[in-house]
Structures are given as structure tokens and as C-alpha cells.
Design a protein around this ligand. Sequence first.
Ligand code: ADP
Length: 459
Amino acid sequence: MRRLLIANRGEIACRIIQTAKCMGITTIAVYSEADRHAKHVRMADEAFCIGPAPALDSYLAIDKLIAAAKGSRADAIHPGYGFLSENVAFARACAQNQLIFVGPSPSAMAAMSSKSDAKTIMATAGVPLLPGYHGDEDNLENLTRAAAQIGYPVILKPALGGGGKGMKIVRQESELTEAIQSARREAKSAFGDQTLLLEKYLTEPRHIEVQIFADRHGNCVYLSDRDCSVQRRHQKIIEEAPAPGLSDHLRKAMGEAAVQAALAIQYVGAGTVEFLYDSTSQAYYFMEMNTRLQVEHPVTEMITGQDLVQWQIRVAEGHRLPLAQHEIQHQGHAIEARLYAEDTEQGFLPASGTVHFLREPVSEHAPAYPAQQIRTRVDSGITEGDTVTTFYDPMLAKVIAWSEDRQSAILQLKKLLSEYQLGGLATNLNYLQRILSHDAFVQGKLSTHFIEHYQDTLS
Ligand code: ADP
């Protein structure tokens, strides 16, 4: 790989450019008219405008990205996360144009793009699933029967869903018919498909995910796990690695289940297998697999000392994984806080404006080369003078701290956030500090309902 086009923007585009440069690869940025002066454009060796601000006309326009790649003589495309990173048609278009897509094969992506199909594949591979119905005959009769069998509460999800859209919790049978109708309506309008799955609703689960990596030679490993339970409306806010309070035995079992999941679909590249974890019974259940690099990958890099973007590029070039399972260690604890441009006083509405003033805490090192003993890291997509619009995801930067144990990592992250100074638009900085200072968080009382439970004390 000599010339890599990064089909993304913001912090992840900057993150990928950094590693690619360290590997001697020429980096090519793409940008919309709104991003003409953006940080990722200035960081890259070359940059191409691909269209107007709306993502559909730029960062989501497959033909424009392929044309930019061909026009710039790129030999590979890194999709980052979001945008086209899990788009099968994009991966296929890359292959048709002799461009290396830094990611899994289109068929592996397609296998995981429907939650229902993914569950069927995982059941065959022996990965634990929540009881429920995920077949093709998702009619009222079958769904009602499944719900009665497993017992309420249950949850309905659009098979092709994402971002928490269209999901309905159903607490009793009398609510089911209406919930199915409204879930189908939302699924149809958001995802163009109204297939639903139904599963047992866990009342107090944790979201735990396993980072896996596979190469084209049949090797697959897991790189520890992450807890991403602190979410607001299913959007992650704080992530940490390793997931606190798991026994070594359980960690290994989840890691191995995730590897089984990846092997079942001949997966290649970086992937994340998401589980719901029930602390009371210590049971874990496959939720879905994300076929891309995750936003929260830095916490894994910090505890394992590996550069996952470098791994992605090496694997895409056809190399073997750099480490075998027994060579992958994790040390200490890392926590990431997502800095969003949003007004926490006004219903968390996305904020826009000009970054008049910016002083970010100094990254000891960014990204991970190697990350061990690196305590502070800021992955940012903004610079002073930037205009933040509401065209794109409101995440501005990620602040990550590593320390020997969870308690000192929390303190370290609070210190870093206190040094983060941004003027010109509303952010969730204070809100992040309140979460990190909250007794329940400090004590590791994590659940996907954390924010809901403590809403009053956090605002
Ligand atoms: P999406 O792809 O739309 O984000 P997921 O299936 O990944 O949907 O679920 C998103 C979140 O919804 C999970 O992180 C969890 O908080 C909650 N959730 C999903 N399924 C269940 C379940 N069966 N029981 C309890 N909570 C669930």
C-alpha cells in the first residue's frame, strides 16, 4: 500500500492519517465544501473536494469517492467508522475498481448487516444468544408465541437497524400488537425494511464488547474487551478497557466466543463483537457484530500497546497478524470520554458555531506506538478557528487516560478534561466530569441504564 485515501472526516480521519504517515504511506484526504479548512485536510499529504456539505452528496457518495480514489491514484481506501464503513456496495465498488478496501470482505459485511441473519449464524457457531425470534416469518402470531414462551419484558428490533432506532420494549402482551406496528413503521422509514426480531429484554445489562482481529491466513485473535454501558439514547459516552469486574475465566470465554463468531463468517480485519452481559447470572449474549474499527478503539490500544490502524493496514496488505493470542497481554486500565458539540442544558441538542479558542491537553503520544505506559491521549478532529456545523456527527474529540488501575485512570481522565479548554460553542465537558465524579461510576456500578438512573444528579 503506497497511497491511501481516507473516506472520512474529523478525528478518525486524523487518527488514520497519523498511523499511515508513520508507515510511510502517502495520505489522501477527501472533504466536503463545509470541511475545506478542516484539520484532516491540512494533515493529509493531498486532499480532494468531493462535493457539497450534506453527507449524501459527499462522504456517502460512493461514485464520488471512487472517482477521487482513481483520480488521485490511490491504491487503497480506509473507510473509518460511520459513513460508508459498513456499506457492502461501497466495499464491492472498491474491489471492482482494484482498490484495496481496508476492512472485511463484502460477504462478511453482508452476513452481519442483518441482526436476524447474524443471530442465525452465531447460533450455528455456538455463540450464546438471548432467547427470542429472529426468523423470516416475523408475523404477529410467531412473535406473540415467542414472547409468551420467553416471558415479558421483550424487545423488538428492526433487523437492519442501527443507532437504537425503531427498538421497542414491550412489557406485557396487551402492548405487543401496537408495538409491532409502530416498530415496523419506524423500521420501514429509517431502514427501508420492516423485518423485526424479538428477544428477551434484560432489565439491567452491561454492554460489553470484544475487539477481534483476523487475517487472510485463517488467524483470528481477541484483544481484550471494553465496557460501553454509559450511553445516552444508545449513544456511547464513556468507554473503558478492560471491562471492570470480569473474572479471567469469563473474559477468556467471551473472547473465545467472539473469535468463534468471526471465524464463522471468514472474517478479515478489525471487528467488534457486542454482547449484553447480565451481572447477576454472569451470562453474556451476542448482540451484534460491527465490521469496522470502533470509535472506542483507543482504550484497547492503550491497554494492549498495539496500534490497531497499523494492524488493519498490514492485514489489508495481506500480512499475517503481528501477534498470536498468547502474545497479547493487557495492562492497567484505560477510559475514554467522548467530547460532543451539544447543549446539555437544552435537551442535548447538537451545537454549532466557531471554535474561537482551543487548548487541548497535550497527548503524550498519539496514537499508539506503542501505547503502553502512555497515560494521556487526545484524538481530536478540530483546531482553533474551525466552524462546527450540524451536518455531521457532533463528536469533536476523544480524551483518553491510562493508569495502573481504574481509580487512578478516572482521576487522570478528570484532570485531562479539566485542562481541555474550548470557547465558541456548547459542549458536554461538564457533563462528562459529572459522570466521572459520580459515586456509582466510581464504584463501577455500570449498566446501560446508568444515565437514566442518575439523570437528576448528573444535570
Ligand atoms: P443498534 O444497532 O440500533 O445500536 P443494538 O442491538 O446494538 O442496536 O442495541 C443498542 C442498545 O440497546 C444496547 O447497547 C442496549 O443498551 C440496548 N439493548 C439492546 N438489546 C437489548 C436487550 N435484549 N435487553 C436490554 N437492552 C437491550
